[in-house]
Design a protein around this ligand. Structure first.
Ligand code: PMP
Length: 355
């Protein structure tokens, strides 16, 4: 048995893999593979309609927002956001909490002026900056709610008076959010929503059509919204597997139920990191992520030995990102508490072996 702690693409529920594999051979008793039917067929249109409806239901998306399934990953959104909402010569405010936030700001700076309102780069992004001022004359404020690499997370939206765009790639659908707090939410699917290849965008319709820019159609949110995410051939299989995963989440009881499980999983692991003298958390305690738990050991030898023990116990995907080192346990929705317990047991075993 493997316990997959990979950061993304990552574990999805076994039932989802099973159903997804069946649809490759025979989709909904059509006698055809999901991979060979037209994206304009009734059967596939139903998939998109249901996936959108489930996103709206699970996240309680209010009226006045478009829900889009796009391609190009979260990285394409780094560019699409300023293209769509930042006027020529306009200013956007960005909070710098890590590599992804930096990349987002860099793309925006190609299209306008970017003000970095605060950065935690001074301590290798181990904390979330708190007291910063967002300029009221900026068109929008952007931040990353979960910093996948560093294991920090922003649970409360910073108080700002301008429209806010948030990258929720690694914590969307893991906890209850108030969509109305945001003007644009985006997430690459490949953590809690589904497989790689599709990107979720939830955008307030009022925000669009005001930048005065000429936007190539493929990058224009309004074109995608008008076409119901079918402006061109969508990533059909990624959307289908996301649908299966959204159904799974709904059956479990929805986001509020999975949030409680995620709280328990994170607490179990952080408690052991605090208790066990061989492990040390890297993220500032009050900013710790519920999705990516980062920790280190005192020496490279200990880390190599623990990684080996983890491998023997079927615990995989634990090696930390090269910019942090040590370990990163990604404990997304589909990872069960029994996998977290297996990791905790291995940490205890390591401690005992040291005598
Ligand atoms: N933002 C965050 C928070 C991420 O974790 C990632 C990738 N893991 C990205 C953006 C980039 O996503 P993509 O590879 O889909 O472009």
């Amino acid at each position: 048995m493997k316990h997959n702690f990979g950061a993304g693409p990552c574990i999805l529920p076994k039932e989802v893999f099973q159903e997804a594999s069946e649809a490759v051979i025979d989709f909904n008793n059509t006698g055809l593979s999901i991979l060979e039917i037209s994206h304009r067929s009734k059967e596939f249109e139903q998939v998109v309609v249901e996936a959108e409806a489930l996103v709206r239901e699970l996240l309680e998306v209010p009226e006045g927002y478009s829900v889009l399934f796009l391609q190009g990953g979260a990285s394409q959104q780094f560019a699409m956001i300023p293209m769509n909402i930042l006027p020529e010569g306009g200013k956007a405010a960005y909070l710098d909490t890590g590599v992804w936030a930096t990349k987002a700001a860099k793309e925006a700076s190609k299209l306008g002026n970017v003000e970095i309102v605060a950065s935690s780069s001074d301590k290798n992004y181990t904390y979330i900056p708190k007291d910063f001022v967002v300029p009221a004359d900026a068109t929008y404020f952007h931040y990353t709610s979960n910093n996948t690499i560093y294991g920090t997370e922003i649970f409360e939206k910073p108080k700002v008076s301008i429209p806010t765009a948030v990258d929720m790639s690694s914590d969307i659908l893991s906890r209850v959010i108030n969509v109305a707090d945001f003007d644009l939410i985006y997430a690459g699917a490949q953590k809690n929503m589904g497989p790689a290849g599709v990107t979720l965008v939830i955008v307030k319709d009022d925000l669009l059509g005001k930048s005065g820019r000429v936007i190539p159609s493929i990058f224009d949110y309004q074109q995608h919204a008008k076409a119901g995410s079918m402006y061109n051939t969508p990533p059909v299989y990624s959307i289908y597997v996301s649908l299966l995963n959204l159904r799974w989440l709904k059956e479990k009881g929805g986001v509020s139920v999975i949030e409680q499980e995620n709280i328990i999983k994170a607490r179990t692991l952080y408690d052991e990191i605090e208790r066990n003298p061989y492990f040390k958390g890297t993220a500032n305690q009050e900013d710790r992520s519920r999705m990516n738990v980062t920790f280190v050991m005192d020496t490279a030898e200990q880390e190599a030995a623990f990684l080996e023990l983890a491998k023997e116990r079927g615990l995989i995907g634990l090696k930390g990102h090269r910019s942090v080192g040590g370990f990163r346990a990604s404990i997304y929705n589909a990872l069960t508490i029994s996998s977290v317990n297996a990791l905790v047991d291995a940490m205890k075993e390591f401690e005992e072996k040291q005598g």
